[in-house]
Design a protein. Structure first.
Length: 232
């Protein structure tokens, strides 16, 4: 199952001009960053460090301009962004569901700079509120150095949970993790704390759980408490 998809069209290496365009976009970002925001950040993070460092400051400025909804004068960073895709090649990046985890499928093609620019210009296609929410996340992605797995997704989401259910509906996930009965909408902070302490005792290694399973369960319980405490 495809959770998010980004098509970046770009000039070929032998082309005399450097151009970038966008194709199909499937970038759900509610609640932010959503699967779409995570995919945009991943494309930037994967390619940025292969871009000439002299261009990094202008990439940051371009991201800020897009976040603020400012007019972008073309060309930028030696490339022209355009609507026409005639004569261009296409790179398709996806975030895919594998059971309750998300995995990236990156395309190989175009230059690293073209992929970064395509991701930033895709951000421009989103509404103003979403751009303001995702802009800081995009800049955070630019600092990432590591594998593109659960730790990266949690880093971008600003959460200790990286499962599909936690990203798509964090509040519902938190209610389920803390075993609130169906139909519970807005438990009080006292109820959240009480439920957290009760569940914490149940997953402790002294009750038979392995240390690894207990560690993961405790992390999920703590994250669920944080989410519900913020929204109570």
């Amino acid at each position: 199952m495809i959770l998010a998809e980004l098509e970046i069209w770009h000039s070929r290496p032998i082309a005399p001009t450097r151009r970038v365009s966008l194709g199909h976009l499937m970038l759900p970002a509610d609640p932010a960053p959503g699967f779409g925001g995570i995919l945009l950040g991943a494309v930037v993070a994967r390619h940025l460090f292969d871009v000439d460092e002299e261009m990094h400051p202008d990439i940051h400025r371009l991201t800020l301009q897009v976040e603020r909804g400012e007019r972008i004068v073309q060309p930028r960073l030696r490339h022209r962004f355009q609507a026409d895709r005639h004569g261009l090649a296409m790179s398709r990046h996806q975030l895919i569901a594998v059971e309750n985890s998300a995995e990236f499928a990156f395309a190989d093609g175009g230059s690293p700079l073209q992929q970064v620019l395509g991701s930033i210009y895709a951000l421009e296609r989103l509404d103003a509120e979403t751009r303001r929410a995702l802009g800081p996340m995009m800049r955070r992605a630019m600092t990432w150095r590591g594998p593109f797995g659960a730790s990266f997704i949690a880093y971008l989401a600003g959460s200790n949970a990286s499962s599909i259910s936690a990203i798509s509906d964090p509040r519902a996930w938190a209610l389920e993790i803390l075993s609130f009965p169906p139909g519970t909408l807005k438990p009080s902070k006292k109820e959240v704390t009480s439920r957290f302490r009760e569940m914490l005792r149940n997953v402790h290694p002294d009750h038979g759980a392995s240390e690894r399973d207990a560690s993961r369960a405790i992390a999920d319980l703590s994250e669920a408490r944080r989410i519900l405490s913020q929204q109570s």
